[in-house]
Design a protein around this ligand. Structure first.
Ligand SMILES: *Cc1c(COP(=O)(O)O)cnc(C)c1O
Length: 339
């Protein structure tokens, strides 16, 4: 592969040299296979195509000052994929196999892990889907698991910055007892139209309310939500939000920094009491929110005037990134070094 210009990387697909695959057939997972192909060959009646049996994960590897490659909390991603498999009746991939595949694909594409100074990282995308044919509505009997990688640029190219989001009540991304808590492709399909409307209106994301009553905050399209009030970190509890590993890590860090952490239902009006709010997920760690426009109620909650992130968001962001890049000690045991 030719030289990559790390300073111009964004978040998008880029071909890597290798991906790692595993097939489930005859009631069991086979051995991990190394592939150089970008294609998948499957039956036209595969359940992924008709009935949406597809789940995915997203995690990152970082190169430290010491040149070592660190993968962040991959066991948590592996466990969440198992939960997703259970949620939509796919064959469960054992945690050990998941971890082995992640380590292998990173090692094989080691030269694509960007240098420390670039602020870039290697994005790792595991995906698992039903490849076996069914026309009656039933789970497939065959599955494929693939992990591929690509180098990605820093999320905040012009520095850590807050952006506006909006509330739109005429869309839901997931139902209360539906698939919101699983990382499935269908939730994303359901959120595309709202996302498009938000982007057209100049917002970076939609903040979804609970689908039942539209009274409580759920999460943003691809990221969890949190609010800061003095020394409190508050994040919604709901049966339709995806348990973000970044959010879980921020809760640990907030406690460690002497804050109290509350995970509970958060009524929309409580937005008035927060000094800072943000979205969190693997892509950005924290994406601070400058204002929330409630477009149905004609209300606006403003948190920062010129897109300047608040002090708590900034401190949490710096702390988590420092652990990921190995600048700070891994005191919670979140890092796997790829040897
Ligand atoms: C992946 C995802 C997140 C973020 O999870 P992380 O583990 O922090 O990357 C949040 N919400 C939804 C809906 C997601 O799919």
């Amino acid at each position: 592969m030719s030289k990559i210009d790390w300073s111009n990387l964004s978040f998008g697909y880029m071909k890597a040299d290798y991906n790692v695959r595993c097939i489930y057939k005859d009631g069991k997972w086979g051995d991990l296979e190394i592939s150089q192909s970008e294609q998948v060959n499957m039956h036209m009646a595969a359940t992924v195509l008709h009935y949406g049996q597809a789940g995915f994960e997203g995690l990152k590897a970082f190169r430290g000052k010491d040149g070592k490659i660190r993968v962040f909390r991959m066991d948590e991603n592996g466990k969440r994929l198992i939960s997703t498999c259970r949620g939509i009746m796919m064959a469960e991939l054992p945690l050990e196999k998941f971890e082995e595949a992640v380590k292998k694909v990173v090692k094989l594409n080691e030269h694509l892990v960007p240098p420390y100074e670039s602020g870039c990282s290697l994005y790792i995308r595991p995906v698992l889907f039903g490849t076996g044919p069914q026309v009656g509505v039933k789970p497939a009997e065959e599955y494929e698991f693939i992990v591929f990688v690509m180098p990605v640029g820093p999320y905040f190219k012009e520095g850590f910055k807050a952006t506006p989001v909006c509330i739109l009540r005429h869309y839901d991304r997931a139902a209360p007892f539906g698939t919101g808590r699983y990382k499935v492709g269908g939730n994303y399909a359901a959120s595309l139209i709202a996302g498009e409307e938000a982007h057209t209106k100049g917002y970076s994301a939609v903040l979804y309310l609970d689908a039942r009553e539209k009274k409580y905050i759920d999460e943003c399209g691809p990221a969890n939500f949190f609010g800061i009030r003095e020394k409190e970190y508050i994040t919604p509890e709901s049966e339709s939000i995806l348990p973000s590993i970044t959010n879980k890590s921020l809760m640990t860090l907030a406690k460690d920094m002497g804050m109290t952490v509350e995970q509970r239902r958060v009524p929309v009006e409580e937005l008035l009491t927060f000094s800072e709010v943000g979205m969190c997920g693997t892509a950005a760690v924290i994406s601070p929110i400058s204002k929330i426009d409630d477009l149905d109620e004609n209300k606006s909650y403003v948190f920062s005037e010129e897109g300047k992130p608040g002090p708590v968001c900034t401190a949490l962001y710096n702390k988590l990134r420092a652990i990921q890049y190995g600048d700070e000690a891994d005191k919670f045991n979140w890092i796997t070094i790829i040897e």
